[in-house]
Design a protein around this ligand. Structure first.
Ligand code: ASP
Length: 313
């Protein structure tokens, strides 16, 4: 596999293999010296045209833990558009001969374009409301840690599905891993035809108790150019996941950043059911595994991670 642009690029075996490798990297993350030499001498460029805390920091850490040289270029809030200027930037950065280029952009389809302009392996770190494949992988990894296999598990994805790249990637990944997915939100925030991705649709939380996992989405206010809900207060009254709505056995997920008091109440964010911190932890090892998959090896057994003494050799 050369690029990771969409979760649809991966079948179940690919996902299993990446997650197994991520598990082997979890051991590295527990060491004092959190490094293996897999990408020594190779360069990873992170190009972020949109705000990011978790994704950019974890891609940077992941590449560093694999001993790559890392350059992170951030241009949040820039007016760079999909045309020439992105192409120029990619060509400029390609002059460093990077092995991988990680791209986040507010434009759907940007990662596919970048893959045509560089010899590097391209990883989509979120392109507009289209896809965020490494988020989906880290979410599957987190759930497998909590629940084991996802076959037959019922996962409800609640909130602003319309503007969410996480929803799109996660529906595909959860379905591929055997789960049943329902998306839920106000009709204005559910894209028409979303059932084609293999999920059910609900417009109220009345049946939320059916879910094994409740995956809340952020209200993506930065992508809303009109009013999709009468007010955030009214949205919260009908769709906020709070202590009264979340059952004691249900797992609660959120990709971050959370709008406290909008999609989630403060008490559930801090409850033991919430996996929000575990998702962030999984982000580093899953992104290590994705970089490894693309740059070192595809379908073969995970290599044992060497001890720090060997790594330094
Ligand atoms: N961090 C996720 C993303 O980049 C989710 C969010 O921003 O709401 O898509």
């Amino acid at each position: 596999m050369r690029h990771l642009l969409s979760i649809a690029d991966l079948d179940r075996d690919d996902i299993e293999r990446i997650l197994e490798r991520a598990e082997s990297f979890a051991e590295v993350s527990e060491r004092d010296i959190k490094k293996v030499p897999a990408l020594r001498g190779r360069t990873v460029v992170n190009l972020f045209y949109e705000a990011s805390t978790r994704t950019s920091s974890s891609f940077e850490l992941a590449a560093k833990r694999l001993s790559a040289d890392v350059v992170t270029v951030k241009s949040a809030g820039s007016s760079v558009d999909k045309g020439e200027s992105l192409k120029d930037t990619v060509q400029t950065l390609s002059a460093y001969d990077p092995a991988a280029l990680v791209i986040r952009s507010p434009h759907a389809g940007a990662a596919d374009l970048v893959a045509r302009w560089t010899r590097a392996s391209v990883i989509n770190a979120g392109d507009g409301k289209h896809e965020h494949p490494t988020q989906a992988l880290l979410d599957v990894a987190t759930l497998r840690q909590r629940l084991g296999a996802l076959d037959g598990r019922r996962i409800w994805i609640v909130g602003d599905v319309l503007h969410s790249r996480v929803a799109r990637s996660n529906i595909l990944a959860f379905r591929t891993m055997g789960a049943e997915v329902t998306v839920c939100g106000p009709p204005t925030l559910i894209p028409p035809g979303i059932e084609a991705l293999g999920c059910d649709v609900a417009y109220t939380l009345d049946r939320l108790a059916e879910a094994d996992v409740v995956y809340a989405l952020r209200m993506q206010l930065e992508r809303m150019r009109e009013a999709y809900v009468p007010s955030l207060r009214e949205y919260a009254a009908q769709y906020q996941i709070d202590g009264a709505r979340l059952g004691p056995e249900q797992v609660l997920m959120h990709p971050g950043p959370v709008n406290r008091g909008v999609e989630l109440s403060g008490d559930v964010i801090d409850s033991p059911q919430a996996t929000i911190t575990a998702q962030v932890e999984a982000g580093v090892v899953v992104r290590m595994a994705v970089l490894y998959e693309l740059l070192v090896g595809g379908p073969r057994a995970p290599e044992p991670a060497p001890e720090p003494a060997e790594a330094a050799a």
